[in-house]
Write a protein that binds this ligand. Structure first.
Ligand code: FMN
Length: 200
């Protein structure tokens, strides 16, 4: 089909995508609204049971990143038992949103009623986030999916102003890679170790 990337190109993109942490992003370089909208629209072409499209993207840029950082630190302080509290995590929560140009709170909005099980709505959002990451990678952006436990707390949900049945499934940090970054490499186990063939 014309206009569709080849199988080789798609495989190369899938293998090229890496988690790149905010510390390796260029916070001084903004991401154009048009590009962000393009990437978000690609996210929405994910499969969705019953076409509920259960995703909501709360996009933090500019000063709202500071408010997000402060909210995370406050909720972390309030909800973490003393023996689990880590000063280094607290510090990172304050720094990370300012190190990347964009932080997207990816929310599963419960829209399917009882018809669609909650897990399937979360799975659909995960598919959307993979689309988002692949699209961002194709554009040359760095991205990183972070899921600190505080995302699941009522206090953070209240701060995000999401419904009681909704769930923030991740923070997606996005930005241009910092100058001189060596694009990270990764490994995967051979697929044969994860495959059971039943041919007869
Ligand atoms: C649902 C989900 C949640 C994740 N949460 C975190 C996280 O909280 N912290 C983190 O360092 N990486 C997180 N990651 C990213 C993984 O660490 C990363 O995908 C893994 O190390 C493989 O590296 P790669 O993405 O470069 O292939 C998450 C990934 C997924 C799919």
């Amino acid at each position: 089909m014309t206009g569709i990337a080849s199988h080789e190109q798609i495989s190369a993109l899938i293998r090229h995508r890496r988690s790149i942490k905010p510390v390796d992003m260029d916070a001084t370089r903004s991401v154009e609204r048009e590009l962000l909208s393009h990437v978000l629209e690609d996210a929405t072409w994910a499969p969705t049971h019953g076409l509920t499209e259960p995703w909501k993207f709360i996009v933090h840029q500019g000063a709202s990143r500071q408010r997000l950082a402060e909210a995370m630190q406050k909720v972390y302080r309030q909800t973490t038992p003393a023996h689990e509290f880590r000063e280094d995590k607290m510090k990172k929560m304050g720094e990370n949103p300012l190190l990347s140009a964009v932080v997207i709170a990816a929310v599963m909005e419960r829209r399917g009623g009882d018809k669609i099980p909650e897990i399937e709505e979360i799975e659909a959002v995960a598919c959307a986030l993979q689309n988002l990451q692949l699209s961002a990678s194709a554009a040359g952006l760095a991205c990183y999916w972070s899921s600190p436990p505080l995302l699941g707390t009522p206090a953070f949900a209240e701060w995000l102003q999401i419904g009681a049945e909704d769930r923030c499934v991740g923070l997606i940090y996005l930005g241009w890679p910092r100058v001189g970054l060596n694009w990270p490499r990764s490994v995967r186990k051979p697929v044969e170790t994860k495959t059971l063939w039943r041919d007869d």
